[in-house]
Ligand binder design. Sequence first.
Ligand code: KG4
Ligand code: ZN
Length: 341
Amino acid sequence: MYILGVETTCDETAASIVRDGETILSNVIASQAELHKKFGGVFPELASRTHIENIIPVIDSAIRNASITEKEIDLIAVANTPGLIGSLQIGINTAKALALAWGKPLIGINHVEAHLYASMMSHLKNLLFPAIGVVLSGGHTMLLKIESIGCYHTIASTIDDSIGEAFDKVATILDFSYPGGPEIEQKAHLGDIHSYRFQVGTDEKAPLNFSYSGIKTKVLYTVKGQKANRFSTTLIDESQKVHIAASFQHTVFQDLIKKTLLAADQYQAKALYFGGGVTNNQTLKKMFTEKNTDYPMFWPSPGLSLDNAAMIAGLAYHKYLANPDHPDIFDIFPEPRMKMV
Ligand code: KG4
Ligand code: ZN
């Protein structure tokens, strides 16, 4: 079964052809990161307009790179939740138009669920359930109990910023480039993790939940002084930035590892599946590995951590086969807020 996946939830325009949920025949991504850099974050209207320009050439390349024709496509899958409303509209409307014109079925896919599927798609023959799913993206931070593909229970989530957002905001405070995660990781290699004492927040009522707004403010005050805002003047010496990056990253990852392993014990998980842009961070993988736990850990293959359409097309295979009542093309709408579990 050949599935065309379309992804436009945020600032990446992506399309991919995946066979039977696992073989990626093409994976085309037009990133807008350069365009949004000067705003220090995604500028939604610019994102939508750029999706309009990119979407048809990206889909066209995905089909050509897969060496198939549109006639051979069995299903079109589009990420319809969660995301920026304008960005979602472009992907969904394009996918609907193509589905109508080519006479293909269409299904909507949850982008966050697809991030988790990214770490499963090359291990379909021996998936281990129940498992703990760890979502680490720019929009979400969650621990989920995964019973099977499509069956999840939320265990914990962030009560304020997401982990990727925390990296991006701390990067802005340190005058690093957008998106901030990669530069924090890179600078952290040069710094001492023990030079600053940072702490992540806690949720008394739900101890596995995450909270990053306190540590972000602590970094802000450390760099620019008490009661400063992000536009205030930097007070620290340039040489301190690598140490702040290292201490911040280490503190956030230690907390994440502790909570993930607690959840794994508590829910008798057989494995851990990771997803989302922050899984690109090699230090995170190294820190998890150094824990020497018995839990097998599965990370997205290279190219599947950040937003992409292969994870959308891959997950769609299972969703389509599991549900005989496929929605009408006109019943698929953008849902900016996530209703996952
Ligand atoms: O999953 P993703 O591509 O988009 C969303 O669905 O939100 O995640 C983007 C996030 C950004 O916040 C970015 O800073 C972060 O992933 N990120 C990283 C790294 N690479 C990307 N964070 C930490 N270390 C990295 N190497
Ligand atoms: Zn994403």
